[in-house]
Design a binder for this molecule. Structure first.
Ligand code: F6R
Length: 369
């Protein structure tokens, strides 16, 4: 039941504040993160982990890429993120000190399931981040941290994505507490930030109309580029994926630092480029670097749509459009910045008269290789 919304996707995009709040529920206790499923696994197991490999496909892999920055920062354990179908065919170096975290909304993605089985046979510990109770992947894993986003019907993943990031962040904060790798203050601030994500997501959703208008103006666009840096990089990749699958438009996401290593050659007058801008307050030197990227592409005629923090005035002279996200700590911005990109892709699909919930050639869960 679409509950009055014109598509399941629209409904699910609007449910993101609840998806995150429900995923956090019972796991945050006055600034202390305790994930019951990890308690059951035991602190000794967590202390024995020397590296973490996240395996997933598509949007779920981008959630893993975002979480890598946070887990490494808080828990100081190296994290690599790999596509399940690449992982299982390359004889990965894993063993009992490796924790393999699979991320899957459906819990049935064949490549991810086979990668989990491979990891288990190699002696690794396995944790599943999954949105579907009792699905195959969590059953095949040592522990499951469920996301509580509720059923996701639209083929394009939205609320599951933000819930996956929230769950992986909870994992990172729990691990950091057990390992003692972050100060009590840092852990508390992060827990506080996490707790405020749902309300901030609701604020971002209020810009839906404006983004819809932008999408309508751009309905004839043939190619869109997305740039981001640090945690904004996987968000750029996710923005491009959403646009490809929903609006059938050629889209590419790049790490902003790569521009000069090739992609800037693509910029010609009128080329739309979405830029995920890090916060000017607490991202160190990243903010001026991304602003200077914006100047570089603008000088070559790009049409820049910046996704920037409220009050960030530095982007104004150079961006054609600015979509705002509320103030948040640097690691928490991706949870907010992805939303305008989801809405843009959804509205562009609708503007082109396409099936938003069931894009061509795609299935909700890929249970074949
Ligand atoms: C994109 C999308 C896919 C899935 C991918 C993994 O919008 O939905 O990229 O994220 O097929 O699916 P799960 O998470 O079910 O393993």
């Amino acid at each position: 039941d679409k509950g009055g919304w014109s598509s399941f996707m629209q409904k699910e995009v609007s449910e993101q504040p609840t998806a995150v709040a429900d995923t956090l529920r019972g796991r945050l206790h006055d600034g202390r993160v305790v994930v019951g499923e990890l308690e059951e696994l035991g602190d000794d197991v967590l202390r024995s982990i020397r590296r973490i490999t996240v395996i997933a496909c598509g949007t779920a892999a981008y959630a893993g890429m975002v979480a890598k920055y946070a887990i490494e920062k808080w828990a100081r354990v190296p994290v690599e993120v790999e596509l399940s179908h690449e992982f299982r065919y390359r004889e990965p170096v894993i063993g009992p000190d490796t924790l393999v975290i699979s991320v899957s909304q459906s819990g049935e993605t064949m490549d991810t399931l086979m990668a989990v089985k491979y990891a288990r046979e190699a002696g690794a510990r396995t944790i599943s981040v999954c949105n579907t109770q009792g699905a195959t992947i969590p059953r095949e894993s040592d522990a499951a941290i469920y996301t509580h986003a509720g059923p996701e019907v639209a083929v394009a993943s939205t609320k599951a994505f933000v819930a996956q990031i929230a769950a992986l962040y909870l994992f990172g904060l729990h691990l950091a507490r057990v390992l003692g790798t972050a100060s009590a203050e840092e852990l508390e601030t992060a827990a506080y930030e996490l707790e405020h994500v749902p309300a901030k997501l609701a604020t971002v959703l209020e810009q839906g109309e404006r983004i819809a208008q932008l999408a309508h103006w751009m309905a004839d666009t043939r190619s869109v580029l997305f740039l981001g840096r640090h945690v904004g990089y996987p968000i750029a990749l996710e923005g491009a994926l959403k646009l490809k699958e929903l609006a059938y438009i050629h889209a590419e996401g790049f790490a902003a630092g790569e521009l000069k290593h090739g992609p800037i050659a693509l910029i010609e007058p009128g080329q739309p480029v979405f830029v995920v801008v890090p916060s000017p307050r607490n991202s160190g030197s990243l903010h001026p670097k991304v602003v200077s990227n914006i100047q570089e592409i603008r000088a070559r005629g790009a049409r820049v749509i910046a996704i920037a923090e409220a009050g960030d005035a530095a982007v104004l002279p150079f961006a054609d459009e600015v979509l705002r996200i509320p103030l948040a700590g640097p690691l928490f911005e991706p949870l907010l910045a992805v939303v305008p990109l989801q809405i843009f892709a959804m509205e562009l699909s609708a503007a082109k008269g396409l099936d938003v919930d069931q894009p061509r050639n795609l299935a909700k869960s890929v249970t074949v290789e």
